[in-house]
Design a protein around this ligand. Structure first.
Ligand code: NAP
Length: 335
């Protein structure tokens, strides 16, 4: 890899794209040149980078000449169409969409867990689902120590997980309600302000949603644990930023709270915030903007043998998307 790579951000104007640009800058990624790509709607828009601005260009099939690394976050359709073209042009794609995650020829990577998988890429590396990544930041170290058989979990997912339009929808609905106006909706099937929606992504024949099954499918691939099982209910909540997940995990061996805490305190990218007696536990308001995820509410599960309950919260725009993608690019620089 070029020591000062030419980096492109595809979907640069989106909720994730903006964070990618900021994360590249904050982590001093050795960007030689930065190209920002989005739809024709955004051509001419200027986005801040390193004290100056970079103009957004339209994404086309010819956008990849000379680009070394492309961070994609413009949706699955764009990734399916353009990521193979970019890879063909010699660029390494780090893709945020679900388009290639379960493709056997594409590594799916959370660097704290399976950084070595970056080595076998063939031009495309997938970034995991945001809720899965945040959950695994706490679950994987416990799995490595005690052997996780299965989890039961419920997610509390922020609206920014749906993108820039959903952030605007929550703001608008709150404003409409405060001013006694009728609530309008475009992004979600129901009002999200002052409500919770037990519906993220489309429903499958088994009654779960696609989002819910990502935990088991992607979790197996990232942890190299084909027997891992996950029963998940994904819920959208009226929170702007950072996802939280309540997890009950069952292990091969008995787990004490003390032993779990000792493992989690050593885990990379994770902070233990677990003093319920002092009202200290992870909350999305405070994990927003943070690189590390937070875990707390550790307790023995009273309904599972060898079970542990925990609550994990993390900024899904960062660890669930932009930060993880830049960390993958950092791994690429080590090859
Ligand atoms: N939001 C999250 O927390 C999160 C987490 C993990 C993964 N992801 C994934 O990341 C991707 C982007 O999510 P987001 O939340 O950032 O969405 P978003 O805010 O809606 O942004 C979408 C981006 O894609 C661009 N785009 C749309 N149509 C395009 C086209 N035809 N050609 C080129 N660019 C186009 C948009 O450009 P314009 O502004 O020009 O329309 C914008 O930059 C999705 O695949 C999503 O599943 C999101």
């Amino acid at each position: 890899m070029n020591k000062s790579p030419h980096v492109a951000v595809v979907g640069a104007t989106g909720a994730v794209g903006i964070e990618m640009i900021e994360t590249l800058e904050k982590r001093h990624f050795p960007v030689g040149k930065l190209t920002l790509l989005a739809s024709a709607r955004s051509v001419g828009k200027k986005l801040p980078y390193q004290g100056t601005t970079v103009a957004v260009q339209e994404l086309t099939k010819d956008s990849y000449q000379g680009i070394d690394i492309a961070l994609f976050s413009a949706g699955g359709g764009i990734s399916k169409e353009f990521a193979p073209i970019a890879a063909q042009a010699g660029c390494v794609v780090v893709d945020n969409s679900s388009a290639f995650r379960m493709d056997n020829s594409v590594p799916l990577v959370v660097p704290e867990i399976n950084a070595a998988d970056v080595k076998w890429h063939k031009g495309i590396i997938a970034n995991p689902n945001c809720t899965t990544a945040i959950t695994l930041m706490a679950l994987y170290p416990l799995h490595a120590a005690f052997g996780c058989r299965r989890i039961f979990a419920s997610s509390y997912q922020a609206v920014s997980g749906t993108g820039a339009k959903a952030i605007e929808e929550l703001k608008k609905q709150v404003d409409q309600i405060v001013h006694g106006q009728a609530v309008t909706k475009e992004v979600y099937p129901h009002q999200i302000a002052f409500n919770v929606l037990p519906h993220i992504d489309s429903f499958l024949a088994n009654g779960y949603t696609k989002e819910e099954m990502k935990m088991e499918n992607e979790g197996r691939k990232i942890m190299h644990h084909p027997a891992f099982r996950a029963s998940v209910t994904c819920v959208r909540v009226p929170v702007y930023r950072a996802h939280s997940v309540a997890v009950s995990a069952e292990f091969d061996t008995p787990v004490t709270v003390e032993a779990a805490r000792a493992v989690l305190q050593k885990a990379p990218g994770l902070d233990v915030v677990d003093e319920p007696e002092n009202k200290k536990y992870p909350m999305p308001l405070f994990t927003s903007g943070k690189y590390n995820c937070e875990v707390g509410r550790l307790r023995k599960d009273c309904a599972l043998d060898n079970g542990l309950c925990f609550w994990v919260s993390g900024d899904q725009l960062l660890k669930g998307a932009a930060l993880n993608a830049v960390q993958i690019a950092e791994e690429l620089m080590k090859l």
